[in-house]
Design a protein around this ligand. Structure first.
Ligand SMILES: [Zn+2]
Length: 309
């Protein structure tokens, strides 16, 4: 049994077939957590789709209407890079509801994980790079509107810069955005986050972990968030097809533990989401995301006290 809740819905699977985005990963992560005895059925919560009212706290009425009436232009469809269907629309609304629920549960339990989300390339008025709805932004705005939090931080470790996040919260001092990413990669341009750590091609574990720790601690000196959203991309992995960093599986798990540990020491709740992950073997992407859950469990149960000093 896990010391926190994991948010999952069978309809997270976007059923994209042979697309580079392995949309079956959501189900595979869920199944692996159960099969390996890391989680049990009672650890999972099933989200509702985010209400349109919450979606509209982030996205423009024009864009939401286009999504609901299937009237994106051809260029908007190409930018999105995944099809707009009833299934995918439902999956993104569920992901936003799931991240919101993860935020609420994290405030109660100190940690919670959404087994979807991290769709950080979505802008208020358009979607891009496989991201239709910005689930993390919807969650933050919803929790702020409900009076659950005032200040939030996003820690985005996907190999691609969090351009949508940066744009949405550009002029909002209540949300501090941190992105650590490969500089020479999509997206271009990269609107500035509050803290951007742009890494050189081929960056390895040690250098990555040092840069992230320094940037994260620097950020925590500037803001005391009520909640951190951790966007745990699997694509800094050295065998990722869309990434050019060189992290190992162990380095990635160390990354997760380090962020969770620093937050825990300060009593800051963390809600984690997935994000990208395009390893040549889908099983590797699944393993990296499963390891994030294990990292959170280990930090909460203090199984790695010496390593996180
Ligand atoms: Zn990515």
């Amino acid at each position: 049994m896990l010391p926190f809740k994991v948010i999952y819905h069978p309809q997270y699977d976007l059923d994209l077939g042979s697309h580079v985005f392995p949309s079956q990963k959501f189900r595979l992560i869920h199944d692996a957590l159960l099969a390996e005895g890391i989680a049990e059925a009672s650890d999972f919560l099933r989200p509702e789709p985010a209400p349109d009212e919450d979606i509209l706290r982030v996205h423009t009425p024009e864009y939401v209407k286009k999504l609901l009436t299937d009237s994106l232009t051809l260029s908007e469809r190409m930018k999105l890079e995944i099809p707009l269907t009833e299934l995918t629309r439902n999956g993104f609304w569920l992901a936003a509801g799931g991240s919101t629920l993860a935020g609420r549960k994290a405030l109660e339990d100190g940690f919670a994980a959404n087994l979807s989300g991290g769709f950080h390339h979505a802008y208020p008025g358009h979607g891009e790079g496989f991201c239709m709805i910005h689930d993390v932004a919807v969650a933050i705005r919803s929790l702020q509107a409900a009076g659950k939090i005032r200040m939030a931080m996003t820690v985005d470790t996907d190999v691609h810069h969090g351009n949508g996040t940066a744009a949405i919260f550009a002029n909002d001092p209540s949300v501090f955005t941190l992105s650590i990413h490969q500089e020479n990669n999509y997206p271009d341009p990269k609107p500035p986050s509050d803290e951007d750590i742009g890494l050189a091609d081929g960056t390895r574990d040690h250098e990555y972990l040092d840069a992230l720790e320094e940037g994260f601690l620097h950020a925590l000196k500037k803001i005391a968030p009520d909640l951190i959203f951790y966007v745990g991309g699997a694509d800094p992995f050295r065998e990722d097809q869309l990434g050019g960093l060189a992290l190992t599986m162990e380095g990635l798990q160390h990354r997760d533990r380090m962020v969770f540990d620093h937050a825990r020491r300060r009593g800051i709740p963390v809600a984690s989401t997935l994000a990208g992950g395009y390893a040549r073997r889908v099983a590797d992407t699944v393993r990296i995301h499963v390891n994030t859950i294990v990292a959170a469990r280990d930090v909460i149960q203090q199984r790695f006290p010496a390593e996180n000093k």
